[in-house]
Design a protein around this ligand. Structure first.
Ligand code: SF4
Length: 479
């Protein structure tokens, strides 16, 4: 068994109530989106000119709802409901194709997420792949990512993925302990996860990612390490390690289950060290990558990504849009029904138009939380100002040991390919990089970068729908 010695250096941090405030996977959060009027995709289509864009399809169906899940997904839907949804997706594809053809749009990344995309039948999956190919152009080297769950991972469906050119499969395992899986209200058993993983590996996709959760009530450091040890046996290319959040409206909240906040940071620290000892590179608080099969993040604040389906989010310059945020089955079903009845998918009715100040914040959040970090010169080049002056909190984070300056040439990570394009654009670039302590406290630091306006909009949403986060972050700095 692993040595369970944990350095106490940052575990005890009297100034921080909890390191687990909010996961900042994007900015702004969907709860800050509002109804939009008079916005048409037509005006924004030129942003999708040429190559280098992402296409996302959301499949909002799952067999059962996991206890902690607040993603846009519904359960209990039969094949007829799925067919109806795909008919709407097909209509949306047709309308988007008309807008994109004059732009010669070529997508370099395709992601199908959910929900559980493999909840679709084999026939429906073939239909999806066929219609995406028929309506859109993709680069020859496109990345094709799909999410799956152990119960839906069958030989027949994996063969279809292989045939369709899927490059990366991400599977939610969460734990190899049946007790912990039960606590999470996951449907699969540890044995089913093992079988699915063995099958998945036999198809030799170029990248296999596995998701795990820590901070589960009753989980110990030993059981977490045991799960990770077992995962490594299957030789995954990436592991994402998520702290358990129980937000408002999820099933576990109703059951009175609370995440193990006290144990979580220690579990994280131990698991992070363990994975690095096993040859993984840590790129963010959650992402651990083997040095082989490296993959860059395709979206660092300026990326363009178009979403299909209900619940998927599009990013086109300062316009971010998607269907209204929903957690409950009732809300999600109502949004799906509206999506299926939509006549004009080019009319954008819900989202946000970012101000230049919010675009700066997005740039900082998207870069700082992912190594190699925030490129200081690049920031100045884009915005004409100094990031430390715009965000004085970065100085105090440097003094507090969360952030350090680094001039190290970046390993492949967030947007490196883009950064390395052009005549030595980043030669001598200085990065503001999260330290080990900073990585561990990413979910505490990130929320402090939310602007007062966005925080206000999120608060307003929470007050009308119920609070969705475990804690309220400190006062934001002024830009
Ligand atoms: S966590 Fe994933 S599999 Fe579970 S209900 Fe949510 S979307 Fe479905």
């Amino acid at each position: 068994m692993e040595n369970l010695y944990v350095e106490e250096s940052y575990v005890e941090n009297p100034n921080v109530d909890t390191p687990y405030v909010q996961y900042m996977y994007s900015y702004p959060h969907k709860t800050a989106y509002r109804p939009l009027k008079g916005v048409s995709l037509r005006e924004y289509a030129p942003l999708l000119k040429g190559a280098g864009h992402g296409l996302y399809l959301h499949i909002p169906f799952c067999e059962t709802k996991c206890g902690y899940c607040n993603l846009f997904s519904v359960t209990g839907q039969g094949s007829g409901a799925l067919d109806r949804y795909l008919e709407a997706v097909e209509r949306q594809c047709g309308q988007y194709e008309k807008l994109l053809t004059p732009q010669n749009t070529e997508f370099s990344a395709l992601t199908i997420g959910g929900g559980t995309p493999l909840y679709l039948t084999g026939e429906q999956l073939e239909r999806v792949f066929g219609l995406l190919e028929a309506h859109f152009h993709f680069s020859r080297e496109r990345e094709f990512v799909i999410e799956t769950a152990p119960e839906q991972t069958t030989e027949e469906k994996l063969a279809l993925l292989k045939q369709a050119g899927v490059t990366r499969v991400s599977m939610g395992i969460q734990s190899f302990s049946d007790k912990e899986l039960l606590t999470l209200r996951r449907r699969h058993s540890a044995q089913r996860a093992r079988e699915a993983l063995k099958l998945l590996k036999s198809f030799e996709f170029s990248c296999v990612n596995l998701d795990f959760i820590y901070g589960i009530p009753g989980q110990t450091r030993e059981s977490l390490l045991k799960s990770l040890q077992e995962a490594i046996y299957y030789d995954p290319d990436e592991i994402f390690l998520y702290p358990l959040y129980i937000k408002h409206g999820v099933r576990l909240e109703g059951e009175g289950v609370k995440p193990d906040r006290n144990g979580a940071l220690r579990q994280y620290q131990l698991a992070s060290r363990f994975l690095k000892e096993k040859g993984f590179r840590q790129d963010s608080m959650r992402r651990f990558v083997r040095n082989k099969g490296e993959r860059e993040f395709s979206e660092c604040g300026f990326g363009t990504s178009l979403a299909l389906g209900c619940g998927g989010r599009s990013y086109l310059g300062g316009l971010h849009f998607c269907s209204p945020y929903g957690v409950s089955q009732k809300e999600c079903l109502a949004h799906i029904k509206k999506y299926e009845g939509c006549r004009d998918y080019t009319e954008i009715t819900h989202g946000i138009l970012l101000s230049s100040e919010e675009i700066k914040r997005r740039f900082v959040i998207r870069h700082l939380l992912i190594r190699p970090g925030l490129p200081v010169k690049e920031y100045r080049m884009h915005f004409g100002s100094d990031v430390m002056e715009d965000f004085p909190v970065l100085k105090s984070w440097t003094e507090d040991g969360y952030v350090r300056k680094s001039r190290k040439e970046p390993e492949i990570s967030c947007g490196d390919r883009k950064r390395s394009e052009g005549p030595d654009k980043n030669n001598g670039e200085t990065y503001l990089t999260l330290t080990e302590k900073g990585l561990a406290f990413s979910d505490y630091l990130g929320p402090q970068l939310i602007s007062p306006q966005i925080r206000g909009a999120m608060k307003e949403w929470e007050e009308s729908h119920g609070r969705i986060y475990d804690a309220v972050p400190g006062e934001p700095e002024k830009l």
